[in-house]
Design a protein around this ligand. Structure first.
Ligand code: BTN
Length: 251
């Protein structure tokens, strides 16, 4: 399989509802080649995980998506693009905020000093057990200073460093990190997961988590290739719950 080049084509849009939605709309067009990226300076209906909205002030932050057409990913490994995007985002951001601690809060939030600086929405379409397309949408809080209230408070590169960043240039600088990480997904997924696990927020530490309706302390040990976290409770017993029932809470 040929590994697609992410960002070999980039569409720059002043405004769009959501870059993920736009890519889904144009994904069938012949000119939407594998790896095409869409960047919008303003999203009017940015989407987050769990049906949440993703809100940014216009012309402040980096909001973009890219598409992988027919990637060689089986449905049971649908978590791997999440891991690749999270690892790439952390490595890229670490260059912009070198003094700060960056971590991946399972499954795919990037925290900077325990505040959210980046989120991602990965949307897969399957044909049988094979992935037909993956749309990876990433939002990085770059120059913004005002963010909607969320469970984990938000921060931005500007808030952390008092430096403004050019949005287009930032995407161009981000691409090598994405290409490296996604190439690892296809060639050495175990190595990718090792990197992901080395960046895990709360690894081997007791943190407050919500499991269904219940709040408890839990210690995340690892995340496997399917995206399942291995979490122990205060007594060292594995927490048996569906991944979608588990959420980390701020301390
Ligand atoms: C989350 O943390 O809930 C995920 C946020 C993902 C936001 C990005 S911004 C670019 C792309 N377009 C969207 O509508 N969402 C993603």
């Amino acid at each position: 399989m040929q590994i697609p080049v992410i960002g070999s084509t980039i569409l720059f849009l002043d405004t769009v509802d959501s870059t993920n939605t736009e890519l889904a709309r144009i994904s069938g067009n012949p000119e939407t080649i594998n790896g095409t990226a869409v960047l919008a300076f303003e999203q009017t209906a940015g989407r987050g995980r769990r049906g949440n909205s993703w809100l940014n002030e216009p012309n402040k932050d980096l909001t973009f998506s890219f598409i992988l057409q027919k990637p060689a990913i089986k449905a049971e490994f649908a978590f791997l693009p999440v891991a690749a995007a999270a690892v790439a985002s952390t490595a890229f951001l670490q260059q912009l905020v070198p003094q700060q601690k960056l971590e991946i809060k399972w499954p795919n939030d990037i925290l900077c000093q325990e505040k959210k600086i980046c989120g991602m929405l990965i949307e897969n379409t399957f044909t049988g057990s094979q992935c037909a397309k993956t749309i990876v949408g990433i939002g990085i809080n770059l120059n913004g200073t005002r963010y909607a209230e969320t469970r984990f408070p938000a921060t931005s590169v500007f808030i952390e460093t008092e430096k403004n960043r050019d949005i287009k240039e930032s995407l161009v600088d981000f691409l090598p990190f994405l290409n490296e990480s996604f190439s690892m997904l296809f060639t050495h997924p175990e190595g990718l997961m090792k990197r992901y696990n080395s960046l895990l927020y709360g690894k081997n530490e007791l943190k407050t988590i919500q499991v269904g309706e219940q709040r408890m302390l839990g210690k995340i040990k690892t995340v496997d290739m399917h995206g399942n976290p291995h979490i122990l409770n205060e007594n060292g017993q594995p927490i048996a719950a569906r991944p979608d029932e588990i959420q980390f809470l701020p301390e």
